[in-house]
Structure formats: structure tokens, C-alpha cells
Design a protein around this ligand. Structure first.
Ligand SMILES: C[S@@+](CC[C@H](N)C(=O)[O-])C[C@H]1O[C@@H](n2cnc3c(N)ncnc32)[C@H](O)[C@@H]1O
Length: 384
């Protein structure tokens, strides 16, 4: 069996429990859960597998070394003793990123530079040559987590974040990050086989993420480049085998209905293009019109809306009327369904005027949001 290392999978604020379940469902034992990450044990192949399959994660970090360093000079000394030539290509390119809370470091760029210097100086001393370095994350990425004296040094095997799933070539306005959309979908009662209606779909992220889950489409299948590909341990055949295995598991999702609607033709065009890139167009119906005119295709299902909430777009007063109409739409047209609103504005959400059965906290960047769940039945009760 390959050597087991600590692997830390990071995520956005507030979704660590959803990530924990996702990682466990992929067959890993969870060692620890932190506010922004989960920890497991695994090997290089596991890192590739996680990068290929995870929907709610930001990055997959493979521990190189854990050590104590009170000062940047200690940091440099320890890091320059690591045999980088065993891991990193001498003609490669290195980027260092970090999270640092150390009293000697005011600007994290200084910490990053010390790490980079330690690596390239070591390689130059050993081989008379050194890799290039800079801010691009498209090759070897080293990540330093340094709090007080406690240092964790990792390879960021994702490189560029895996919170983007590669299909969104046209974002339209205020799109949700794909990993957040996947986390929202996983928090609803939707599961493959249940119809999903997305009446204010924008660029379609929520419906596309659900459709990808229904079709068992691994988000990493659409991506050509990951950080792990630039390390010496990378074996292309092993990666291609994982991809082939994932491709064989793709289904046509035919047992599920997905319904995307938006009043903007531009949004609809973006959603169609994005669904095409994601490979889920055949399972989605696209409609143009006001959400109030949407007819539920089945008697039961999930209706999920992410209206604007005034933080980035439009004015709060104008939106108040829209939220009120969402309440009417839920009551009059969606009986038999579970309704969901994802919004960052609690005052606007109150305009819906229906009793929530669950309120789930999320963060969209720095904005605190809620996913509100409504059980919709004939004559859903008003509750102010
Ligand atoms: C915040 S965006 C949704 C973003 C989406 N979740 C994404 O990830 O791309 C809200 C969308 O609602 C649409 N919209 C606003 N008012 C509408 C209405 N009355 N009927 C249908 N769509 C509407 C807008 O055109 C916009 O695309």
C-alpha cells in the first residue's frame, strides 16, 4: 500500500459539514473537521481522486512537513533541508501561497518569499539550476499554513481552486460559485430522480450542479490542468485510469427533470452555453419568461430560487415586490413541492410571508446568507 500522508481538503466558510459528508461518501475516514477544512489520511492517488470528484471543496492539500518555526529564519532553515529535488522539477515553476499569523510577518508576501527562497536556493545549491517562480498557480503550488510557531507545509495538489467546475465560460450577473451552489443543492431535499425547478436561474449554476450530480458527472472531468500534474510523483497513466473509471460511471440522468427559467434572454443563453460545457444540456428544459408564469412540470419536486438581494445588484426597494411575488408563486403554483430561497437579505426574505421549515446559514464570499426551506401545500399558512 502506498505511504499514507495527511491530506487537508479546504472549503468555503460554513460548508465544512457538507464537505465532511461528501468526503466520507467518497469512502474516506474523516480524521478531523475544522471550520474551513476536513482532514483525512491518504496518498497521491487519493489526492488525484479527490480533485476529480469533489464538488464542494476549494483545494486538496498534501502535507509535506509539519514543524515549529518562531521566526522567518527558522522557517527558511527547516524548509531548505527538505529534499525538494525529489518532488519538484528543476525546470518547473513554483508558486507559494499561504495563511500566516506570525508576529514577524506583516505582509504574507514576505513569508511566501522566504519559502520560495528556501526551495530554489536548495535546488540551486544541489544542481546549479533552479525552477522559476511567481504568482501563477497553474504549475507547482506550495501552501504554507503558519500560526504563531506552528507550520504546516503542503503541496496544493489542486493548483487553481477546484471550487470552479470549469463549465462556466459565461457567468452572466452575480453567479454563485459552483462549490457553493453544489453545497446548497446538497442541503436541500433534492436527490437524483426528484424534479428540480430553478425559475430565476441566471447562468444556471444551481440546476447545472444538480444535473451533474444526477448524471454522476465528476466536476474534474472537464479540467485539463491540476497542481499534482507538475510534481515528480505524478504518473499520467494513473490519472487517465481514474478519469476513465469516472467516465464509465456517467449516466444520462434521464430519470430526473431539470427546469431552468429566466426573464433575461441573455441569462438563458449563458445558462445554455454553461450546461453545454458541463455536458448536461440533454436533461434540462430551458424556458424564457417571468417566474410567476412558470408551470410546475410535475406534482412534486424542488423549487429553488436565488433572487438578487440588493448587495451587488439592483435596489432593495425594487426587490421587495419580487420577494412578495415569490411568496404568492409558492402558495399558488407550487403546492406539493419543497420551496427554497437562497438570499443574503433577511428583510427581503421576510417579504415572502410564509412559514419556513428550516433556515440554513451560508456565506457567499463575505455576505452572510440563508437557505430558507418552505413546505408548500394547498393554502400554505401565512406567518409574519
Ligand atoms: C442572482 S441571479 C441568479 C444567479 C444564479 N444563481 C447563478 O448562479 O447564475 C437572479 C436572476 O433572476 C433573474 N430574474 C429577476 N427577476 C426575474 C423574474 N421576474 N422572472 C424570472 N427571472 C428573474 C435575473 O435575470 C437573474 O438572472
Amino acid at each position: 500500500m502506498a505511504l499514507q500522508h495527511s491530506i487537508v481538503v479546504t472549503c468555503g466558510k460554513g460548508i465544512h459539514d457538507i464537505l465532511k459528508k461528501e468526503v466520507a461518501d467518497l469512502g474516506f475516514n474523516i480524521e478531523k473537521v475544522n471550520p474551513y477544512s476536513v482532514e483525512i489520511k491518504g496518498d497521491f492517488r487519493d489526492c488525484m481522486y479527490l480533485n476529480l470528484h469533489l464538488r464542494t471543496a476549494n483545494k486538496v492539500l498534501l502535507l509535506i512537513k509539519r514543524f515549529q518555526a518562531p521566526h522567518p529564519d527558522h522557517l527558511y532553515q527547516v524548509i531548505s533541508k527538505i529534499p525538494w529535488e525529489d518532488y519538484v522539477h528543476i525546470n518547473g515553476y513554483i508558486c507559494v501561497t499561504s495563511y500566516i499569523q506570525n508576529r514577524h510577518i506583516i505582509d504574507t508576501r514576505f513569508g511566501n518569499q522566504r519559502v520560495k527562497d528556501a526551495i530554489v536556493d536548495r535546488m540551486f545549491n544541489q544542481h546549479g539550476k533552479r525552477p522559476d517562480s511567481g504568482p501563477k498557480r497553474d504549475q507547482t503550488v506550495v501552501y504554507l499554513y503558519w500560526v504563531n510557531s506552528d507550520c504546516h507545509l503542503y503541496f496544493d495538489t489542486s493548483g487553481e481552486t477546484i471550487s470552479k467546475h470549469g463549465y462556466r465560460r459565461i457567468p452572466f450577473k452575480a453567479p454563485l460559485r459552483e462549490s457553493l451552489a453544489a453545497a446548497i443543492i446538497k442541503s436541500t431535499r433534492w436527490k437524483p430522480g426528484v424534479p428540480l425547478i430553478n425559475p430565476m436561474a441566471g447562468s444556471g449554476t444551481l440546476a447545472i450542479e444538480a444535473a451533474m450530480i444526477a448524471c454522476n458527472l465528476a466536476p474534474g472531468l472537464g479540467r485539463e490542468n491540476f497542481g499534482f500534474m507538475h510534481l515528480k510523483s505524478y504518473q499520467k497513466e494513473a490519472w487517465l485510469a481514474l478519469r476513465d473509471e469516472a467516465k464509465k460511471q456517467v449516466t444520462n440522468g434521464a430519470t430526473t427533470d431539470f427546469f431552468i427559467n429566466d426573464s433575461s434572454l441573455e441569462a438563458l443563453r449563458a445558462a445554455k452555453k454553461n450546461a453545454t460545457w458541463a455536458g448536461v444540456v440533454p436533461v434540462i428544459d430551458f424556458h424564457h419568461g417571468d417566474f410567476t408564469q412558470v408551470k410546475m412540470p410535475k406534482e412534486q419536486g424542488i423549487v429553488i430560487l436565488n433572487p438578487e438581494y440588493g448587495a451587488r445588484l439592483g435596489q432593495v426597494e425594487q426587490l421587495s415586490n419580487t420577494y412578495n411575488k415569490v411568496g404568492d408563486f409558492f402558495k399558488e403554483k407550487c403546492a406539493g413541492h419543497w420551496g427554497y430561497i437562497f438570499s443574503g437579505n433577511p428583510d427581503l426574505s421576510k417579504q415572502i410571508g410564509l412559514r419556513t421549515s428550516r433556515k440554513m446559514p451560508f456565506f457567499n464570499g463575505k455576505i452572510e446568507c440563508r437557505l430558507l426551506e418552505y413546505e408548500l401545500y394547498q393554502g400554505s399558512k401565512k406567518n409574519d
